[in-house]
Ligand binder design. Structure first.
Ligand code: DX5
Ligand code: ZN
Length: 218
């Protein structure tokens, strides 16, 4: 099964954004992970359309956009316009999740749903067949550089069982506190896409760090 490494641009140097984008273009990374925070769904505000558009201008890989915003239906079309390839919304932020997922797909994007650490995998049972990706949060969303929550392994195993049982083709992505100490076990538990922010960008050689992570799950 394919594996995907998705460096989180939240940890990039925004004064040298193009340099960091080119580093990812030239690395073994598979996706650009783009964290959008609205100061309501999560306590932090990150960035919006103009910054995503600027990233898209240089990015030569899949744009994996993770929306940590309330009522994302308002902006689905805008995210398509600025270049999202995969658009992930939070289960906790959508009253009519099925409708939201259909709308994302109708716009020609892959549809993902993310679960906060407290939300059980079972809430996805009736929608898993519609999803291209499930994003398991292994920290409480809002900030990069937080400590990994250990319960995530069990949660990914339960999701993998659900995916296998239903014949779903959803990618299982894990986000938050991913590093070279936990990525192998996360892969074994069933994850096949791995977001890494702080671990990649705090290293003096981010490209080599990406290569190291990729090797651990290949
Ligand atoms: C957290 C974001 C993550 C974050 C990951 O709210 O969704 O994508 O940037 O960063 P690290 O790898 O530093 O935990
Ligand atoms: Zn994220």
């Amino acid at each position: 099964m394919n594996t995907y490494i998705a460096p989180s641009m939240l940890s990039a140097d925004f004064g040298n954004l193009q340099r960091d984008i080119e580093m990812i273009n030239n690395s073994e990374a598979d996706w650009f992970h783009i964290d959008v925070m609205d100061g309501q769904f999560v306590p932090n505000i990150s960035f919006g359309m103009p910054v995503i558009k600027a990233i898209k201008k240089h990015a030569q890989k899949t744009m994996d956009v993770h929306l940590m915003i309330v009522d994302p239906d308002r902006y689905l079309e805008d995210f398509k316009k600025v270049g999202a390839d995969i658009l992930t919304v939070h289960y906790e932020a959508c009253t009519h999740l099925h409708r939201t997922v259909q709308a994302i797909k109708a716009l020609g994007m892959k549809a993902g749903v993310s679960l906060n650490p407290h939300s059980p995998v079972s809430v996805l049972e009736d929608i898993i067949g519609e999803l291209d990706l499930v994003l398991i949060m292994s920290v409480n969303p809002g900030f990069g550089g937080q400590a990994f929550i250990e319960n995530t392994y069990q949660k990914i195993s339960r999701l993998k069982a659900l995916v296998d049982r239903t014949g779903s083709s959803a990618i299982i992505e894990v986000d938050g506190g991913v590093n070279d100490q936990n990525i192998t076990a996360l892969h074994k538990a069933g994850a096949n896409a791995f977001v890494a922010g702080n671990f990649v960008f705090s290293n003096e050689n981010p490209s080599q760090t990406i290569q190291h992570l990729k090797k651990l799950v290949s």
